[in-house]
Design a protein around this ligand. Structure first.
Ligand SMILES: [Zn+2]
Length: 324
């Protein structure tokens, strides 16, 4: 057994990035056979024997079905990763660089597959302390280690983050190299019951926030439009009922009717606002190459919601005060 050198130190934001980018492509909304693996890089620096990870950047996910355990970087990804390293990280103090990579094993045991060993060889040859972080959201949610083979005993876990960090024992052995686990710690929080239940709750948020397919924009558009339409319907319905009451000379009933309907409207508005807030958080966890194209479009959709709902309740209450 090789004893690990040092520790991996990471923070909550990195953990959230790994959860969000993984769960987007592997959650209860998606049939398990369509779950995809994600691949990202860990940037940071080395302090003694410790790896200090300062940021996780999501790059890509498996595009082909049944391609699990095969997530790969292409030429374009390598070039982009290197330019991010130079332009965004090397200029920091202390200079930062790629210290490893992360990928997901959704519903699959945490270990390094043959392809993972091949990837890790490349990183670890460049930097002997480079690390491979592997995350399985099912492990986090169920607090169990999925057996390597169906039917093998399931191992119960306690306070498990759903990820492990691996390093090759001896990269000189090439593809034959065995691997070991490197311990980690969070720099800005304690690993306790609260962290685990918050992380599990975050998985559920991500599941709600991302559509089944890749088309975030049309899903967000559809969601906001349908809720704005519901709000309009409640408003217009109340307004026409008010006119009926006026025609019938029952003006005294208007305040009560408006009050009742405004409760209904408030429920729809609050539900919409909650979801919009989740969309706002999730736009920070798009893959790097998507950001430039998608974030402005998402901002437009979210701003449209904000603008159109800003004075909604005030206008609604005015239905009662403005006697015609
Ligand atoms: Zn793997």
């Amino acid at each position: 057994m090789v004893s690990p050198r040092g520790k991996i130190k990471l923070n909550l934001e990195i953990y959230k990035t790994i959860i969000a980018t993984t769960v987007r492509y592997a959650n209860v909304k998606i049939p398990e056979e369509k779950w995809a693996e994600v691949y990202g890089l860990l940037y940071g620096y080395i302090n003694g024997d410790d790896v200090i990870v300062t940021e996780a950047i999501p790059f890509t996910h498996t595009k082909k079905q049944r391609h699990i355990l095969k997530v790969e970087f292409d030429e374009e990804d390598y070039a982009l990763a290197a330019s991010i390293e130079t332009e965004e990280f090397y200029i920091r103090d202390p200079p930062q660089y790629i210290v490893g990579w992360y990928h997901s094993h959704p519903g699959i045991k945490l270990m390094l597959s043959q392809d993972d060993v091949k990837n890790q060889l490349a990183w670890q040859t460049n930097n002997p302390l480079a690390v491979a972080l592997v995350f399985n959201p099912v492990r986090l949610l169920k607090q169990i280690e999925v057996p390597a083979r169906k039917g093998d005993p399931i191992k119960q876990l306690h306070l498990d983050t759903g990820f492990l960090n691996f390093r090759l024992d001896d990269p000189n052995r090439g593809l034959e190299a065995a691997f070991h686990i490197v311990p980690f710690e969070f720099t800005d929080l304690k690993l306790d019951e609260t962290l685990i239940s918050n992380a599990q709750e975050f998985v559920r948020w991500v599941t709600r926030a991302f559509p089944k397919g890749d088309d975030v924009i049309s899903e967000y558009q559809r969601y906001t439009e349908s809720n704005l339409q519901k709000l309009d319907e409640i408003y217009n319905g109340t307004n026409s009922y008010k006119n009926t009451l006026i025609r019938k000379g029952e003006n005294h009933r208007i305040p009560q009717v408006v009050e009742n309907q405004s409760q209904e409207a408030l429920k729809v508005l609050e539900q919409g606002n909650n979801m919009i807030n989740i969309f706002k958080i999730m736009k920070n966890y798009l893959e790097y190459k998507e950001r430039e194209r998608l974030i402005p479009q998402i901002d437009d959709i979210l701003n449209n919601w904000d603008q159109r709902t800003m004075n909604y309740m005030e206008n609604f209450k005015n239905l009662a005060s403005k006697e015609q």
